[in-house]
Design a protein around this ligand. Structure first.
Ligand SMILES: [Zn+2]
Length: 429
C-alpha cells in the first residue's frame, strides 16, 4: 500500500553530499596511524611507485611463461657500513661489468600517465640501497644480521646515484620505510652513490644507522632448492649432544640439565611432518621446517607490489635465505625410518638422547619402539634386521592426501642430491 502524499516531504530538497577535501589544509601534519593507506597518504609520491613486474619463468618443458620466481639477498657491491654519530657525507663507488648490467630486468618504458613496467626473469639481479638502525657500539654487521633487519631511513637524508637525486619512501606515507631500488640508474663501469645526512638530536646521541648497496638475485624454484647444503647426521647428533651436555658451563648460573631433548617434527606451515627438514645455518634450535614449502611460501608473482625478500626463519626469525639453509641429515634419517615403519601419520616429535638414540612421541598415546645406531637401548636388545620397500607400505600410506603426493612428485623432479623419500629401501640394524 503506497504511503499517503505529504506535500512537506516532497518540497524538501535532498542535502548535497559532503566530501572530505582531497588535500589537507596547508601546514597540517598527518597523524602517524598504524594503518597507513599509501593510495591516499602517498598520492604525492605516485612517481616513486615500484614498476609493474611481469615475472617470466621457464617451465619443465622449457617454455617461458608467467610464473613464480624467488628474490633473495645474495651480495653487496657496498657492504653494510655503520654511519657513526658525526660524519655527514658518504660516497661509495663500485664497478659493474657489461655482463652484470645484462642481468638487469628488462624495462619496458613508462607510458604517459602510467607506471613503468619491466620483465623479470630467472637470473636477473636488482640493486637496492638500504639503511637500517644499529646500536651505537656497532662496528661491523654480518650479512645474516643485515638480511633480517628492516629498512629504516634517517630522518633527513639526500641520496644521489650517478648524479641523479632519488627520494625515499617512508613509514609515514607507506606504512614502513621501503628499500630504494637503484637498478635503473646504474651503468657499466664505475658507479657512485652518495648519501648526506642532517641528524636530529636523537640521531646525534644514540640513534645510529648503517647503509649498504645490496643485490637481490632472482631465481627459479629449482635453483633456490639447490642452494641448500647438507649437514651430515653425525654433526647433527653432535650438535644435540652439545646442547644436552655443554662443554663449558658458568657455575654462577643455574643450569637445567636434561637427559633428553624434545624435537618437533611438525612443519609450521603444513602442520604435518616435513618431507625434507631444513633450518637456517645460524638457527640455535633443532626444529626444522619443510624445504619445498618454505621456498614456495617466499614466491614472488607478477604484481604491482614491490618484490618481497622476507627470509626470516619461521621459528626464530634469523636468516633463512636459500643459500643459508642446512638440511638436517639426522632428521632425514628419522623421517626415513618413520616412513619405512609406517609411523609418519601422527608423528609430532621425537625425544633424543645425547647418544643419538630417539623415541617417537605420537599423537596417539601408544608405545613406540626406539631406534638409533649407537643407542644403549638398541645395543641391549637382540640384533634385528628389517628391509621395507614401498610395496610393503599399507594402503593407508599409499593413499596419502593429494597435497603430499603432489609435493613428492615435485621433490623427485627437482632434487637429485638429497633424498628423504619414503620410497627408499632401508635396512635397520
Ligand atoms: Zn630459526
Amino acid at each position: 500500500m503506497p504511503p499517503p502524499f505529504s506535500p512537506q516531504l516532497s518540497r524538501a530538497a535532498p542535502a548535497p553530499p559532503v566530501y572530505p577535501p582531497l588535500l589537507p589544509p596547508p601546514g597540517v601534519i598527518p597523524p602517524a596511524t598504524s594503518r597507513n593507506n599509501p593510495f591516499r597518504h602517498a598520492l604525492h609520491q605516485a612517481h616513486l611507485r615500484d614498476p609493474y613486474s611481469r615475472l617470466v619463468a621457464r617451465g619443465l618443458d622449457g617454455e617461458e611463461g608467467e610464473g613464480e620466481l624467488f628474490p633473495y639477498l645474495s651480495a653487496f657491491p657496498v657492504g653494510p657500513t655503520p654511519l657513526g654519530p658525526k660524519q655527514c657525507a658518504f660516497a661509495w663507488e663500485f664497478t659493474l661489468s657489461p655482463t652484470d648490467c645484462q642481468r638487469f630486468p628488462q624495462f619496458l618504458g613508462t607510458p604517459v600517465g602510467q607506471r613503468s613496467s619491466r620483465v623479470v626473469r630467472d637470473g636477473n639481479q636488482i640493486y637496492r640501497l638500504r639503511c637500517i638502525r644499529v646500536s651505537p657500539p656497532t662496528t661491523a654487521i654480518s650479512p645474516s644480521a643485515w638480511s633480517v633487519a628492516d629498512a629504516v631511513w634517517p630522518s633527513l637524508a639526500y641520496v644521489f646515484v650517478n648524479g641523479a637525486e632519488l627520494s625515499f619512501r617512508r613509514k609515514l606515507h607507506h606504512g614502513k620505510d621501503l628499500p630504494l631500488e637503484i637498478t635503473r640508474h646504474l651503468r657499466p663501469g664505475t658507479n657512485t652513490v652518495t648519501l648526506h645526512l642532517i641528524r636530529n638530536a636523537a640521531e646525534s646521541k644514540d640513534q645510529f644507522y648503517a647503509a649498504a648497496v645490496e643485490v637481490l638475485d632472482i631465481t627459479s624454484f629449482t635453483r633456490a632448492i639447490q642452494l641448500a647444503t647438507l649437514l651430515p647426521a653425525g654433526q647433527c647428533r653432535e650438535r644435540i649432544r652439545q646442547r644436552l651436555h655443554p662443554a663449558t658451563r658458568d657455575d654462577d648460573d643455574v643450569s637445567i640439565v636434561s637427559e633428553e631433548l624434545t624435537v618437533s617434527l611438525v612443519d609450521p606451515f603444513t602442520a604435518r611432518i616435513f618431507d625434507r627438514p631444513v633450518r637456517g645455518q645460524r638457527c640455535a634450535h633443532h626444529e626444522c621446517f619443510d624445504h619445498d614449502t618454505w621456498i614456495r611460501t617466499r614466491a614472488a608473482k607478477s604484481d604491482r607490489q614491490a618484490l618481497k625478500d622476507d627470509w626470516k626463519c619461521p621459528i626464530c626469525g634469523r636468516d633463512a635465505r636459500p643459500q643459508n639453509l642446512v638440511i638436517d641429515g639426522f632428521l632425514c634419517e628419522v623421517r626415513n625410518i618413520l616412513a619405512a615403519t609406517n609411523r609418519l601419520e601422527g608423528a609430532r616429535a621425537i625425544q633424543v638422547k645425547s647418544d643419538g638414540s630417539w623415541t617417537l612421541k605420537e599423537e596417539a598415546d601408544r608405545p613406540a619402539p626406539q631406534h638409533g645406531g649407537a643407542g644403549p637401548e638398541v645395543a641391549r636388545g637382540p640384533p634385528k634386521r628389517k628391509s621395507i620397500s614401498v610395496d610393503d607400505r599399507p594402503a593407508s600410506l599409499t593413499q596419502r592426501p593429494k597435497i603430499e603426493q603432489a609435493r613428492s612428485h615435485t621433490q623427485t623432479q627437482t632434487m637429485g642430491y638429497v633424498r628423504c623419500s619414503p620410497t627408499e629401501v632401508i635396512s635397520l640394524d
